[in-house]
Design a binder for this molecule. Structure first.
Ligand code: NAI
Ligand code: MG
Length: 502
């Protein structure tokens, strides 16, 4: 029997908080609802965590850290993570459907991109559990010095709504592999799949209190977590604005912080590129997940010489994108996650016009069937004649909206590409390998894609330069954020201690 509630139930889904292995109501008794963004109808009613619930969960995570979890071998931690990855694979269809219903992303993305990567992350970090090792250090004299790599402790993890399950996986998997315990807060827009994941975490055999999942609002539950003195580390993915609030709140307790924040990635097309490939890459860069991607290629730099050819192909292809029912396998773009996000995107169409950019394609709501007319849909949109100083080139829009900027030569380009507060990712399209690698070195970004875009793997680190944040998720680098190093000294001489002992 499936532990995950199937997607097509007619009864309203209800979720409680997951604290200390129990499903409980919020102390306040409050709940909130989450809509299906393709219809605007309520998808689920969810218990609303607040400070009192966060306190309970942090206490449970501390007890688990110091109790049962600390006695479990690395091998068994790895086995639980591996079991979890298998359970996710078994339930991938239901989870993908629910992710699509809660977030609006097309089923072809949730089923073929999000879910496989969720499973991959747990599987990858399952392997790491037994490979987290200390070192011996060649210190002088009759001394033995070694290091222990220990868990950081109780980790608070605050998750955004754009890849709800995948962002939870990026944070949970390395933290669990390293032996930490967790209080996780999913985004209020998309709490449902994290709660289903809680059921699978229980089924995989993790002891009570190792993972606690508390949906709630950012200003209440999120802020309570970030400022909690009982938290040893806080990991956050979301807006740069909230990232700064979290860093400030954490500073009072000197809680360790990692932040994965916004971006305004340059995606750069040189005239010598394979233009059709670059057009496809530009679309993948900005229209994937309705543009709600921190590393979206939202500043599209195109070399002057190929601008006309490039833009006419981009426009033609963008206008053929099938926007609509996200549960339809043929759909390439679903709705934006929320009414707020849709309004925010619309306001940028106004800014673009005010500042003299041209709306080359899209810029409004698509015509859709009756059933979807209350959904938060927006057309694939291209702004041309953009200069890098305009708001649409400097601010993260987080929608299917690309700003096209033309350039003449490489020097001019690099200055503009780096002229942003962000530094998460960058793309380059060229057949000149020397230029490609020179660019990869000179661009200020944590990830660079050459003749490709949006490539991810659990083994490869991801994170930002500049105001895109700090810390690296995935790969062995993620383990550094979830472990701390202890240096141990042992006297091997057996002689009296010098100095005062003489
Ligand atoms: P947000 O940064 O407010 O939300 C992300 C998470 O932070 C959610 O779980 C939220 O509940 C929590 N949060 C909000 N305020 C908090 C606080 N004071 N203390 C602790 N946690 C808090 O993002 P929002 O408002 O939903 O979206 C606004 C913009 O943020 C988007 O348009 C986009 O530009 C950016 N964003 C970037 C993401 C990324 O992947 N880097 C993901 C989501 C949003
Ligand atoms: Mg917010």
């Amino acid at each position: 029997m499936s532990s995950v509630q199937p997607a097509e139930t007619n009864t309203m889904r209800k979720y409680q908080l997951f604290i200390d292995g129990q499903w409980v109501d919020a102390e306040s008794g409050k709940t909130f609802t989450t809509p299906n963004p393709s219809t605007g109808e309520t998808l689920a009613e969810v218990a609303e965590a607040d400070k009192a619930d966060i306190d309970k969960a942090v206490a449970a995570a501390r007890r688990a850290l110091e109790g049962k979890w600390s006695k479990i071998s690395a091998r068994d931690r790895g086995r639980m993570l591996y079991k979890l990855s298998q359970l996710i694979e078994q339930h991938a269809t239901e989870l993908a459907q629910l992710e699509t219903q809660d977030n609006g992303k097309p089923i072809r993305e949730s089923l073929f991109v999000d879910l496989p990567q969720v499973a991959e992350n747990f599987e990858y970090f399952a392997g790491w559990a037994t490979k987290i090792e200390g070192e011996t250090i060649p210190v002088p004299g009759d001394m033995f010095n070694y290091t222990l790599r220990e868990p950081v402790g109780v980790c608070g993890q605050i998750i955004p709504w754009n890849f709800p399950l995948l962002m939870a996986a990026w944070k949970l998997a390395p933290a669990l592999a390293a032996g930490n315990t967790i209080v996780l807060k999913p985004a209020e827009q998309t709490p449902t799949t994290a709660m289903e994941l809680g059921k699978l975490i229980q089924e995989a055999g993790f002891p009570d209190g190792v993972v606690n999942i508390l949906p709630g609002y950012g200003e209440t539950a999120g802020a309570a977590l970030a400022s909690h003195p009982g938290i040893d580390k806080i990991a956050f993915t979301g807006s740069t604005e909230v990232g700064k609030l979290i860093a400030r709140a954490a500073a009072d307790n000197l809680t360790k912080v990692s932040l994965e924040l916004g971006g305004k990635a340059p995606n750069i097309v040189f005239a010598d590129a394979d233009i059709e490939q670059a057009v496809n890459g530009a679309m993948m860069g900005i229209f994937f997940n309705q543009g709600q991607v921190c590393c979206a290629g939202s500043r599209l730099f195109v070399e002057e010489r190929v601008k006309d050819q490039f833009l006419s192909s981009l426009k033609e292809k963008a206008e053929k994108i099938k926007v609509g029912d996200p549960l339809d396998k043929a759909t390439l773009m679903g709705p934006q996650v929320s009414c707020e996000q849709l309004d925010r995107i619309k306001s940028y169409v106004g800014y673009a016009r005010d500042e003299g950019a041209t709306v080359l394609s899209g810029g409004g709501s698509p015509q859709l069937d009756e059933g979807f007319k209350n959904g938060y849909f927006f057309q694939p949109t291209i702004f041309s004649d953009v200069s890098n100083s305009m708001r649409v080139a400097q601010e993260e829009i987080f929608g299917p909206v690309v700003s096209v900027i033309t350039f003449k030569d490489e020097d001019d380009l690099l200055k503009q590409a780096n002229d942003t507060i962000y530094g998460l990712s960058a793309g380059i399209w060229t057949r000149d390998i020397v230029r490609a690698h020179r660019f990869a070195k000179e661009i200020h970004a944590g990830v660079v894609w050459i003749n490709t875009y949006n490539m991810f793997n659990a083994a490869s680190p991801f994170g930002g330069y500049k105001q895109s944040g700090y810390g690296r998720e995935m790969g062995k680098h993620a383990l550094e954020m979830y472990t701390q190093v202890k240096s141990v000294w042992v006297d091997l001489s057996g002689k009296p201690i010098g100095w005062f002992g003489k």
